[in-house]
Design a protein around this ligand. Structure first.
Ligand code: 13P
Length: 338
């Protein structure tokens, strides 16, 4: 792999239907996932789990990049190989989450802004020296009574743009993630509106901050009904509304859009992506950067037991292959039957 600049890195990650494995859960979030299978969230268990994922056969050819948490990029596999090298050995690129989480927005109850710009340049320099090729920053937008506010959107998108510029100045691709949460009983129309406002603001700020769009990857939510909405939009509607929102806001020069799964059931997340790629007619690669929707079946199969590793790896490989097909618009529901 000889990748000479951020544009080549971004293009590589989403080439040939490949997507991103998001494995950057913070230790508390990893703890929640492990609680669901009765496994203690120790440093060693987290390492074993991630090593298992990264050594799965289905990584190769399907996963162009893996987003890591700070602890993981410093860890080595049981045989002493760094996890970074395990990922590179699968022809995939190591990436790193660089934001520092959420804080309340002053004067805006129920809303948060993502922090982490303090000391960011120094952290990025260290990650670049450790071999990270791309980075991620997640902004969170809530839908509710009178929110999202313009102030919350503006502060989050400005921070995303400053982060993106800093990542590019350090030779790494920024994955910019403005996540409109699925939590709540809002309609798909309300999700469309919040997503539209967020994306519009994001690209204004990226432009103002001199971010090179050709060396950027966008990681948005899909436009869906809220989790608790009584009328759930179907696959075709989600695909059409999401594409419509993206077409209105995303410049053609962006190399790739990789969706988060946001708590969608794993096969549903695949079906949505496939439906959009079957419609087609857009200028960017449309792919995935799933966390839960790639990992959930593997986590359940693993149960923290060494004897389950191979079955769990088959689960991750299967989801990676299914999502690759969806990124090419070639997935069919019958492929899920094994
Ligand atoms: P999910 O696909 O589980 O939403 O995770 C993606 C991610 O990286 C959230 O920041």
């Amino acid at each position: 792999m000889s990748l000479n600049n951020i544009e080549e890195i971004a293009t590589f990650i989403v080439a040939d239907g490949k997507g991103i494995l998001a494995a950057d859960e913070s230790n508390p979030t990893c703890g929640k996932r492990f609680d669901s299978i009765g496994v203690d969230s120790t440093e060693e268990n987290r390492r074993d789990y991630r090593e298992m994922l990264f050594r799965s056969k289905g990584m190769k050819g399907n996963i162009g990049g893996v987003i890591l948490f700070d602890e993981t990029i410093r860890q080595s596999a049981a045989d002493g190989t760094s996890l970074r090298d395990v990922i590179l050995g699968q022809s995939s690129l190591p990436g790193i989450k660089v934001d520092k989480g959420l804080q309340p927005v002053e004067g805006c109850p129920g809303e948060t802004v993502t922090v982490g710009l303090d000391g960011l340049d120094g952290r990025l320099k260290e990650y670049a020296s450790m071999g990270a090729k791309f980075t991620k920053w997640r902004a969170v937008i809530n839908i509710g009574e009178g929110i999202p506010s313009d102030k919350c959107i503006d502060e989050n998108m400005q921070a995303l743009a400053e982060y993106a510029k800093c990542a590019q100045d350090n030779g790494m691709v920024p994955v910019v993630e403005p996540e409109v949460l699925m939590d709540g009983n809002h309609s798909i129309d309300e999700c469309y509106e919040a997503t539209d406002r967020s994306l519009k603001s994001l690209f204004v700020h990226l432009e103002k901050n001199g971010v090179n769009i050709k060396g950027t990857i966008l990681k948005p939510n899909m436009v869906t009904s809220g989790k608790d909405c009584s009328e759930q939009a179907g696959v075709d509607e989600v695909a059409k509304r999401t594409l419509d929102c993206l077409m209105r806001n995303i410049p053609a020069e962006l190399p790739g859009i990789t969706f988060l799964s946001g708590g969608q059931p794993d096969v549903r997340a695949t079906a949505h992506l496939d439906a959009m790629n079957k419609i087609g007619g857009f200028p960017w690669k449309l792919s995935f950067s799933y966390g839960r929707a790639l990992q959930a079946p593997a986590l359940r199969a693993w149960e923290g037991k060494p004897e389950n590793i191979s079955t769990a790896q088959d689960e991750l490989s299967h989801r990676a292959e299914m999502n690759k097909l969806a990124s090419l618009g070639e997935w069919e529901e019958k492929f899920e039957v094994r």
